[in-house]
Design a protein around this ligand. Structure first.
Ligand code: SF4
Length: 334
C-alpha cells in the first residue's frame, strides 16, 4: 500500500550482478539510500562505480539476462518495485518515477518534432486529443524555460542547441508529474555555463513540484549548489554518505577527499589540482579488503585484507566505510 508515511524512495542493500561468459561481475554491492520528498540526493562516483546500473535497476530498465538483481529492495512510498509484475512496473515508469538521460540526441526521436514527442506522453497516458496534447506540450516547454515555445514546438531535435535539447529531456521526464526524477549525468555533454543553467533549472523545478531528485554524477563540482545529501560509490559499494555541507567541509573517506581535491575552485586559483592516482578497478577484478586501497594515500596493511565497516561519524546521518574514518573526518577541507 503506498502511503505518505513511507519515505519517498528507499533502496536497501541492492546487489546487481552481470552473468557473462567470462564469469559473474557484481556491479552494485549492497547499495542503500533514502530519498525524501523535495530532496536532492547525489549519487556520486567515477565511471564504473555502479551508479548508473543502480539507477537503471531502480527504473526497471536492466536487461535480464545478463543483469540479475540478487539481493535487496527498492520501495517507492512503500511499494516494492522489485516485486511488481512487468506491466505494473511499466505503469510506474514515467508516471511515478522518471529519468532524464545524459544524451538527449540519442534519447529523442530525430524524425518527430519535439512537440509531437511531448504530446505523445499526454495522448498515451492521459488520453488527450491531438490539439489538447500539443497545448500541454507547449505549456511544458514553457515550464522548462524554452523560449518561444509555441513556435518551437514544431521543431525537430537537431534544430535545438545541446542545452535546449536537455530542457526537452527534462520536460519529457516531468510530463506526468512524477514523484521521483532520476537525472543520469544530465549535464555531461554541455559546456560549463549551460551546465549551471540546467542545474539551476532542475533546482527551480524541484522547488515548484516537491519531487525527489536523484542526481547521478561523477563531478562533485556540478552538484555543489544543488544536492542536499550525497552518497559516494566506489567499485559498486557505498563508501560515504552525508549531508552535502558536511561532505564538502569534513569528508570522512580518503576517496571523497581525493575527489574534492581534484575539483577546480575559484578560491584556490593558482594552486595545482591533485588528481587521485591510478584508475578505478575493473568490476572483474575488485581488490580485496578496502577496494580503494591500491589508490589510497592513507592505506595501511590491514586495508588490503579487511573490508571496512560503514562507520557512523559524529555529524548526523554521516557514515564512511574507512578504517580511519574518524581521523579523516577530523581534518576540515581547507
Ligand atoms: Fe584508505 Fe584504508 Fe580507508 Fe580504504 S580503509 S579508504 S585504503 S585508509
Amino acid at each position: 500500500m503506498s502511503s505518505a508515511a513511507h519515505p519517498l524512495l528507499e533502496v536497501e542493500d541492492l546487489c546487481v550482478e552481470f552473468r557473462t561468459r567470462r564469469g559473474t561481475v557484481r556491479a552494485v554491492d549492497g547499495l542503500s539510500y533514502t530519498l525524501r520528498e523535495g530532496e536532492t540526493l547525489a549519487l556520486l562516483g567515477e565511471s564504473g562505480s555502479g551508479k548508473s546500473v543502480a539507477a537503471q535497476a531502480v527504473m526497471g530498465l536492466l536487461d535480464t539476462p545478463p543483469a540479475h538483481i540478487t539481493r535487496g529492495a527498492v520501495r517507492l512510498r512503500g511499494d516494492d518495485l522489485l516485486a511488481m509484475s512487468p506491466a505494473r512496473r511499466r505503469a510506474v515508469r514515467g508516471r511515478r518515477i522518471s529519468m532524464i538521460f545524459q544524451d538527449a540526441l540519442t534519447a529523442l526521436n530525430p524524425v518527430l518534432s519535439v512537440g509531437d514527442q511531448l504530446a505523445e506522453m499526454y495522448r498515451v497516458h492521459r488520453g488527450l486529443g491531438r490539439r489538447a496534447a500539443l497545448a500541454e506540450a507547449v505549456a511544458l516547454m514553457d515550464r522548462v524555460r524554452i523560449p518561444a515555445a509555441a513556435r518551437r514546438v514544431h521543431d525537430h531535435p537537431h534544430q535545438f542547441s545541446g542545452g535546449m535539447r536537455q530542457r526537452v529531456m527534462i520536460a519529457m521526464a516531468l510530463a506526468l508529474d512524477p514523484e521521483v526524477v532520476i537525472a543520469d549525468e544530465p549535464t555531461t555533454a554541455l559546456d560549463v555555463t549551460v551546465q549551471a543553467q540546467i542545474m539551476r533549472l532542475l533546482a527551480q523545478l524541484q522547488r515548484e513540484t516537491a519531487m525527489g531528485l536523484l542526481l547521478i554524477t561523477h563531478d562533485l563540482g556540478v552538484v555543489a549548489e544543488t544536492a542536499d545529501r550525497i552518497t559516494v560509490m566506489y567499485a559498486g559499494r557505498t563508501v560515504e554518505s552525508a549531508r552535502a555541507e558536511d561532505l564538502y567541509t569534513r569528508p570522512g573517506h580518503p576517496y571523497t577527499r581525493g575527489l574534492l581535491d581534484s575539483v577546480p575552485r575559484l578560491d584556490r586559483l593558482g594552486r595545482p589540482l591533485v588528481p587521485i592516482a591510478g584508475a578505478p578497478p575493473l568490476p572483474t577484478s575488485v581488490p580485496a579488503g578496502c577496494a580503494f586501497h591500491p589508490r589510497c594515500p592513507r592505506a595501511e596493511a590491514r586495508c588490503g585484507s579487511e573490508a571496512p565497516p560503514f562507520h557512523p561519524l559524529p555529524t548526523p546521518g554521516h557514515r564512511s566505510a574507512c578504517h580511519f574514518a574518524e581521523e579523516v573526518h577530523r581534518v576540515p577541507v581547507d
